[in-house]
Design a protein around this ligand. Sequence first.
Ligand SMILES: [Fe+2]
Ligand SMILES: [Fe+2]
Length: 358
Amino acid sequence: MVNTLSKPAKEELKSNPQALIQETILTPRFYTTDFEVAANLDLSLQETALKAMLEEMRTDYNRHHFVRDEAFEQTWEHLDEQTRNCFIDYLERSCVSEFSGFLLFKELSRSLKQRNPLLAEIFHLMARDEARHAGFLNKAMGDFNRSLDLARLTKTRTYTFFPLEWVIYTVYLSEKIGYWRYIIIYRHLEKHPEHQFYPLFRYFESWCQDENRHGDIFKALLRSQPKLWNNWKARLWSRFFLLSVFATHSLTVQERAGFYHSLGLDATEFDEQVIRQTNETAARAFPAVLNVDHPEFFPRMQRCAKRNLKLKAISENNFPKVVKFLQKLPLLGGIFWDLFRLYLIKPIDAEALRGTVR
Ligand SMILES: [Fe+2]
Ligand SMILES: [Fe+2]
């Protein structure tokens, strides 16, 4: 049976669209930045690359891609409850994350219009893509009688401020990790069509090319600012953001292991593959990347993910708050310690590899 919302839940959703999203530290956030700094960026070092990217964006390769075909015209009542619940959770978080990109790019485009027309148009076209992605996911949620009121979400959700430098590092990484997530699922289902339980995944091949282009635009932005890659601080920040994005990925993938299982994927293998590929890609933009081949890298990362699952179980138990806090403390300490040790692993000098990296 399709999991329809009860009447009170519908009412709650109407008044509070966030009700559906279980807020945790891993829930995708909305960001804002210093638009003044963005308007004053000197892009001369990468102007040719950015103009070429703008031409690609104007071509709009996916103009006709996000159209639902007849494969969507059926009911999904045959999906078992676990598959359906994991999938809805995946759709919700993906939709919020795509929509978060749309809002940031739209705001950047609007605020740069008069002062940096090149960047303003690029951000406008990226916002176009993200709106399509979010809209397509929201329609998929509609097939399961769910929907996010995106207009309301825009007004009610809190925005996190990130300095522009952080935005450049993190958006670059989230676009590239997004590319690898989509393409790895797509290629897996190409080989194992029997696991394609819903038609959305067939759209991932062209979809991920949008994310790849967005990542390339942010790579050009990053390389246009030497202070973001040619000094020791940039190396420390690069490692920090790589580790944060990879840790968030590992923890989320393990929380959603049921979803990957229903696609016939092993969550741990998928997680490792995505991290390896994204780290290798990042070596083309970042001055330093993580040594994911270090024998401690994945074991420590996976231990963090396991501890996070225990934290989640504690949050859901019925003990008093203070007991929960005491139960959580050693787990939080353990996660912090593992991440700290991961940060200290000697990184790979990507600048030295420049020109030899694929
Ligand atoms: Fe997207
Ligand atoms: Fe994107």
